[in-house]
Design a protein around this ligand. Structure first.
Ligand code: ADP
Length: 320
């Protein structure tokens, strides 16, 4: 409950159809190989909305994005609706739905071509004031036009909605965008790259050095960022949460020990779980991060991205 009424999670971002081919080797230029194929729903925005909806205990989850007028676009909306998402998707008449063509060889290496397609046609005005006003939190990523992130985050901020930016995949962030972000939620690599782009070197290896050094480095580096809260995910180590106004030092939440089968989409699972719990608990970032940590740990125990997102019951069992 926020402001005395039920608020929703609003995810604004991308949908991409994952098209995955497995073959023994990668085809050389001009070569044709015989292999196996599978397809599935992807895109960071959609994955995060799916994670948020699956762990929801009644909190509404809305997804706003743009798909094409094609089979992938229809499939996307059907899939999202089946997950319980309130689908607020624009259908572009001519530009195709976003796709990711993924080649995987027998060594598990991949080569990927992403075509963002219709995702780049989402405009700020497609995210209505009604959607923003009904949200307790808005979550955005980097797979749509950066100008839309800038405009929508600024409108959300003006309406008092808590804004989350998951800066993935890494791309330069404008100062205007950052000024509208309440919670910045990168992974360790994105965090270090973001700081480098601002001329700040993080002299600690966030993925290897002792966690005390990592939290100190995150605290120091966060001082240079104009956001109140920084949530840095550290892969199989866990997550570090730092609310600069409420905490003296960052809080480290260790990852759950699980058998990792496929870590793709772990970051998206974390963000989805975090967002839903944040709305449910009235804005407690540490509690939300603990919930996201469990959601993400469960997601890596299964293959795939969106279909690997856990249910509410599974997350609650894990947290007991
Ligand atoms: P991304 O997928 O964006 O690179 P991370 O790799 O940092 O994000 O993972 C996000 C979160 O997923 C971590 O903070 C952690 O909670 C969880 N996680 C990732 N890998 C594992 C793992 N092997 N075991 C348990 N939890 C994991």
């Amino acid at each position: 409950m926020v402001n005395g009424e039920d608020k929703a999670v609003l995810v604004v971002g991308s949908y991409a159809q994952d098209l995955v081919w497995n073959s023994k080797t990668f085809p050389a230029p001009g070569e044709t190989l015989v292999g196996k194929f599978r397809t599935g729903p992807g895109g960071k925005g959609s994955n995060q909305a799916v994670a948020a909806a699956r762990v929801s205990n009644g909190t509404k989850v809305m997804f706003c994005g743009c798909v094409g007028d094609d089979l992938f676009g229809t499939g996307a909306r059907d899939f999202q609706a089946k997950q319980g998402i309130d689908v607020r998707v624009k259908v572009h008449p001519t530009i195709p739905t976003g796709t990711a063509g993924i080649l995987v060889n027998d060594e598990g290496q991949n080569s990927i071509v992403v075509a963002l397609g219709s995702n780049l046609e989402l405009k700020s005005e497609d995210v209505s004031d009604d959607m923003l006003q009904s949200a307790g939190i808005i979550v955005m990523q980097h797979e749509i036009d950066p100008a839309v992130n800038e405009a929508v985050l600024s409108r959300a901020r003006a309406l008092g909605v808590t804004t989350v930016l998951n800066p993935a995949p890494m791309a330069p962030i404008s100062e205007t965008t950052l000024a509208s972000v309440d919670i910045l939620a990168p992974n360790e690599t994105e965090f270090a790259t973001m700081l480098q782009q601002r001329g700040i070197e993080v002299n600690v290896d966030l993925s290897k050095d002792p966690i005390e050094q990592v939290t100190t480095a995150i605290a120091e580096a966060s001082a240079a960022l104009p956001v109140r809260t920084v949530v840095v995910t550290l892969g199989s180590r866990g997550v570090c949460v730092y609310d600069k106004e409420a905490m003296d030092t960052p809080i480290f939440i260790p990852a759950f020990h699980v058998h990792c089968v496929d870590s793709t989409g772990a970051g998206d699972a974390f963000i989805g779980g975090f967002a839903t719990k944040f709305v449910e608990n009235g804005g407690d970032v540490v509690d939300a991060a603990k919930f996201g940590n469990a959601t993400a740990a469960l997601s890596v125990t299964k293959e795939g991205t969106a279909p690997a997102m856990p249910t509410r019951g599974e997350v609650e069992d894990m947290l007991q």
